[in-house]
Design a protein around this ligand. Structure first.
Ligand SMILES: [Zn+2]
Length: 442
């Protein structure tokens, strides 16, 4: 502190607002406040700062500082580049101009950054920022094929009904590098990748799609809509509990039509036997009079489902898919239009082109349209899921044992939404396939 010793002064105290930019709007600067308090208390004769804009870049704060100095006879503000004497009018003028320039400069800087972001958004270009988006190279535009393949696989499996948790476990097991600087994959980081418009070649700004991006899409717009529909339906139906048994939720009681629940019991020999049972009681409401041993029915229905995938019946059933595709395109267009309308009216209201009443009247109409489109997309998602499985029964069977329970369940549910289990004949201990009535999706 030669600035101080050269003048024969003594340092009373130092004031450092760490990590707080001098022009950060609104944030408290405790040390600046303490400096003002010490000036007001008459403890200080002069103030030394590295540069005036380190003192403050906010004109209001600077005036506060000047007034405190004038009230308490502090007439010296010393910086590395200048001595400002509050004692004469010129010194005060210089200080005020410096403060104003500093304030303007930071405002200009902010405006420049915002303008750049807006230009980037309009041009569909990526923003700056250190983190490379998963699936893209450092330029944020070129697709990194190794990661793009993973995104497509994960998107397919998610749409087929596999849970985020199960997919995260798979990513970890495969040693897939994490996005950004994260140490490990989390359901939230995977969710962020899946819901981002980026992977569908869309430029987003503050979470809203702003238009087409300059980079190549990794998944199609349709796939993105399916992903969003799945998230929307899971949100509506609450958090999905992990599958405990392969056929949980798929089996119905042949006596009462109630749902069968998974349950284990100890056999007289001391072994644990897994079973599906109809349960009576307030929480379940079944007749409580039907059970079936889990392993044989699981084996049998898995074989039946995988076999079914490769049969001409399923292929024929999916012929009607062209019609579904057209409905899908319509729904996507409708959703697009509704979302654009919502943005438009919000902007018109913000710009003062329409009144608040008009704005409030326009919103529900567009929101209802968006909700309707989302419902259509959701109902079509099931059919799409099946489309990606059909004809692949043999391949799936070969890999079956390497799949997680969650994934196995998702595949079976796509082709076999439910099956009814008839009552067993008394005395027949062995599994009887005649008891199983599958209800195929196609
Ligand atoms: Zn029952």
């Amino acid at each position: 502190m030669r600035l101080v010793s050269d003048r024969g002064w003594v340092v009373f105290d130092t004031y450092v607002d760490n990590d707080v930019s001098a022009f950060t709007g609104g944030r408290a600067r405790p040390e600046f406040a303490r400096l003002l308090a010490d000036i007001e208390a008459g403890r200080i004769g002069a103030v030394v700062v590295y540069h005036q804009d380190r003192l403050t870049r906010r004109p209001g704060e600077f005036e506060q500082f000047v007034e405190a100095c004038q009230r308490n006879g502090v007439d010296q503000l010393v910086t590395v580049t200048s001595d400002i004497s509050f004692g004469n009018d010129n010194g005060m003028l210089v200080a005020r101009i410096t403060a104003a320039v500093a304030a303007n400069e930071s405002a200009r800087k902010r405006a420049r950054i915002l303008r750049k972001i807006e230009q980037n958004v309009a041009a569909g270009k990526p923003n700056g920022g250190a983190n490379r988006p998963f699936g893209y190279e450092d330029d944020k535009v070129t697709v990194r094929e190794s990661e793009a393949a993973i995104i497509r696989t994960v998107a397919d499996r998610f749409v087929q009904g596999e849970s985020l948790r199960s997919l995260v476990a798979w990513l970890q097991a495969e040693g897939v590098p994490t996005p950004g600087r994260a140490e490990a994959w989390r359901t939230t980081s995977l969710r962020n990748v899946l819901v981002s418009g980026r992977i569908a070649g869309l430029r987003e700004h503050r979470g809203v799609v702003a238009g087409e991006a300059v980079w190549e899409p990794i998944i199609s717009r349709e796939q993105r809509e399916r992903i969003l529909a799945v998230f929307a339906s899971r949100k509506r139906s609450g958090r999905r509990t992990p599958q405990r048994y392969l056929l949980s939720g798929l089996l119905r009681c042949g006596k009462c039509g109630g749902r069968l629940f998974s349950a284990a019991r100890q056999t007289p020999q001391g072994k644990v036997e897994r079973r599906y049972v109809c349960q009576s009681g307030p929480d379940h409401g079944g007749c409580g009079k039907l059970t079936i041993s889990a392993v044989p029915v699981e084996t049998w229905l898995t074989e039946a489902a995988l076999y079914r995938l490769d049969t001409p019946e399923v292929t024929a059933a999916l012929e009607g898919k062209h019609e579904a595709d057209a409905r899908h395109a319509d729904a996507v267009a409708m959703l697009d239009a509704a979302q654009r309308r919502l943005t438009d009216v919000a902007e018109m209201f913000a710009a003062g082109d329409i009144s608040k009443a008009e704005y409030l009247a326009a919103r529900p109409v567009a929101e209802a349209k968006a909700a309707e489109a989302a419902r259509v997309l959701e109902s079509l998602a099931t059919k799409d899921t099946l489309g990606s499985l059909v004809g692949n029964g043999t391949i799936i069977r070969e890999r079956w044992d390497t799949y997680s329970l969650d994934r196995q369940h998702a595949i079976i549910r796509a082709i076999l939404p439910s099956a009814t289990i008839a009552a067993g004949s008394p005395g027949r201990g062995n599994f009887d396939p005649e008891r199983v009535q599958p209800h195929w999706a196609a």
